[in-house]
Write a protein that binds this ligand. Structure first.
Ligand code: ATP
Ligand code: MG
Length: 591
């Protein structure tokens, strides 16, 4: 400790939003250079490398081969795949001295596809899985929570190459199994959820989420085992119902009713329904947004959904990706007179309309459902407007909020909502990238076929923060053994020379036995040493101090806080047992 490059801080960093960030900075593991850009100090770097080791071992175990590709990449392959533009503002672009365009790799599908194309040409070369542990760059809109969402971060990315769909399914399963092992070893609670395939294209896609209240992802799960990222939740569409007996649509005056609440109040007053009053769920709400395509073109999108639900911005964004969602401004309304603000209805929209404006509805707005909605005139609404009879939308969209209690799409019960941090992603990419970059091999009949790819990521640096987040307590970090930078923090407390001598000797013996010991040999007060040991979070704390006069040292478990005195002669064996786990206590080589 007297030589370690570390300074612990008494104060929280001003920008700390979550505990992991606070403690990693305060205990001298990482240090901010710029927003979303961090330096790893000796303690943090050791944790990062421990995560890497776990990831590397499990990737090697499924036969994936480690390579290392550059982070500085030419524009052309990303142009060919469309991602030079699709990635939008998230991509770090730069130019070399000759004006050539480059980027800092956000993920490497293109470059891996080209590498394999470069060297392989036959089905006999496949299957193949390659991986790297590498620094990635994304100009995140909101870098957050220290290393949890960085603009520079470490990812393990792997890519599988197969001749056919069955091969891809197998490679996918192998990666999925490897990820289960990795996340089990990292030691936090996680869920595997269905995910959106997003800008990547492709089909089967699952995410590994660390369950955490501070997570940015919302996921759902049902008692029957369904689990999905909220963006990927499919709303079960009700079967069409007959509408022959339903009353005809009728337009009513509803002055000053631009909101759902005002509309309900006026509807119940002026057009009361026998039996039960109108509620928000009877209204068809219309939400207008502007989509900005990657080429800059802007196009209005109108979304219809039940008035008792809000649009979930993240779900909507995931549906229209890579286009971006922008607010529909007053000028936009002026440019589109068919849309009467506050009173928009399907009259001006849908397959029959001449406005040409795209109108997509929530799947629950199904054929035969009747609604109160805007009549496309200020101060008027239409009642008993029936989907499939009076209007036909251009399609459906999964943009409505998902609520606790909504039914799971597979019938496995009501959904519960929770939050998580995306730790890993497995993904059947398919042939999109191979096609764009011409990655083909000869099959067994001598015919050229396009290779099918999988892409698999683990957030290595994010894992450091996520584990810290999951394990820290009110005193500081609290590492699981597999990740701790040191096994033991050994404190020499008190001025007696025998204390430091005994502590140094014990540290040396443990070191020789393969135990990683951080010896606190500073000329500092016991209080300072205890506080630092607590904040730094090594799993075992050993105190050589006051008890030495009585022939004992103290062993503390950082997590449980349990303390016990052990005779100095047993100290070495006791610490070994602690470090290697009680199950190993009988191992002769540890005796
Ligand atoms: P997110 O939704 O959190 O932005 P993503 O879906 O864009 O992540 P992927 O492209 O699937 O991320 O990348 C693979 C893994 O890399 C993610 O599962 C995550 O663990 C990690 N990762 C992605 N972005 C970041 C980041 N900005 N900082 C740290 N780790 C990240
Ligand atoms: Mg992802």
């Amino acid at each position: 400790m007297s030589e370690l490059f570390v300074r612990t801080l008494r104060e929280d960093p001003a920008d700390a939003e979550v505990p992991s960030h606070r403690w990693l900075v305060r205990s001298g593991y990482v240090r901010r250079v710029a927003p979303g850009i961090y330096s790893w100090l000796p303690l943090g770097w050791r944790v990062l490398r421990n995560v890497e080791t776990i990831v590397r071992e499990e990737m090697d175990a499924i036969g994936a081969q480690e390579v290392h590709l550059p982070a500085l990449l030419p524009r052309e392959p990303y142009e060919a795949s469309g991602r030079w533009t699709e990635y939008g503002a998230n991509l770090f672009r730069l130019q070399d001295r000759r004006g050539g365009d480059y980027l800092l790799g956000p993920t490497h599908e293109e470059i891996f596809a080209l590498l394999v194309k470069d060297l392989y040409s036959s089905y006999k070369d496949l299957p193949l899985s390659l991986y790297q542990i590498q620094t990635k760059y994304r100009d995140e809109a909101r870098p957050r929570a220290g290393i949890l969402r960085g603009r520079e971060f470490v990812m393990k990315d792997s890519y599988s190459f197969d001749i056919d769909d069955a091969g891809l399914a197998k490679s996918y399963d192998q990666h999925r199994d490897a990820y289960i092992k990795i996340f089990n070893r990292l030691g936090f609670e996680y869920v595997i959820v269905h995910a959106m395939s997003g800008a990547m294209g492709g089909s089967a896609s699952e995410e590994f989420l660390a369950v955490s209240e501070t997570g940015e992802d919302t996921f759902v799960r049902s008692p029957g085992g369904y689990a999905a990222n909220v963006e990927a939740v499919r709303t079960p569409a009700p079967a069409p119902v007959p509408f022959d007996d339903l009353p005809a649509a009728h337009v009513e005056d509803t002055p000053d009713t631009p909101t759902i609440d005002t509309l309900i109040a006026v509807a119940n007053e002026r057009v009361p329904r026998v039996g039960r009053p109108w509620t928000a769920a009877d209204t068809l709400k219309t939400v207008v947004v502007m989509l900005r395509q990657t080429d800059g073109a802007r196009e209005p999108l109108v979304i219809g959904l039940s008035g008792d639900r809000e649009v979930d911005v993240k779900r909507l964004a995931a549906q229209v990706e890579p286009a971006e969602v922008e607010p529909f401004t007053e000028e936009d309304f002026a440019d589109h007179p068919a849309l009467v603000k506050g009173y928009i209805g399907p009259g001006a929209l849908g397959t029959e309309s001449v406005s040409g404006i795209r109108y997509l509805v929530d799947p629950r707005v199904s054929t035969g459902t009747a609604w109160i909605t805007g009549a496309d005139q200020p101060g008027r609404h239409v009642f008993d407007l029936v989907a499939g009879r009076d209007f036909t939308p251009d399609g459906t969209i999964e943009a409505a909020e998902v609520r606790a209690g909504d039914p799971a799409p597979d019938g496995s019960g009501p959904l519960e909502l929770a939050r998580g941090i995306e730790m890993g992603h497995v993904f059947q990419l398919g042939r999109k990238y191979a096609e764009a970059l011409g990655l083909k091999v000869l099959n067994e009949h001598g015919k050229l076929v396009t290779v099918t790819m999988g892409s698999y990521g683990v957030g290595v640096s994010r894992a450091v923060a996520a584990v810290a987040e999951n394990t820290c307590d009110e005193k500081g970090l609290c590492w699981p053994r597999a990740l701790a930078p040191f096994d033991v923090q050994l404190l020499a407390t008190g001025k007696d020379v025998a204390v430091l001598e005994t502590a140094t000797e014990l540290a040396q013996r443990l070191d020789e036995a393969g135990v990683k010991v951080l010896l606190d040999d500073r000329k500092a007060s016991p209080g300072v040493k205890f506080a630092d040991a607590e904040i730094m979070g090594m799993p075992t704390i050993v105190v050589v101090g006051r008890g030495l006069a009585d022939g004992v040292i103290e062993l503390r478990d950082r997590r449980t806080g349990d303390r016990r005195d052990v005779p100095i002669d047993d100290a070495f064996g006791e610490v070994l047992t602690e470090v290697h786990g009680r199950a190993d206590a009988t191992r002769p080589d540890l005796a």
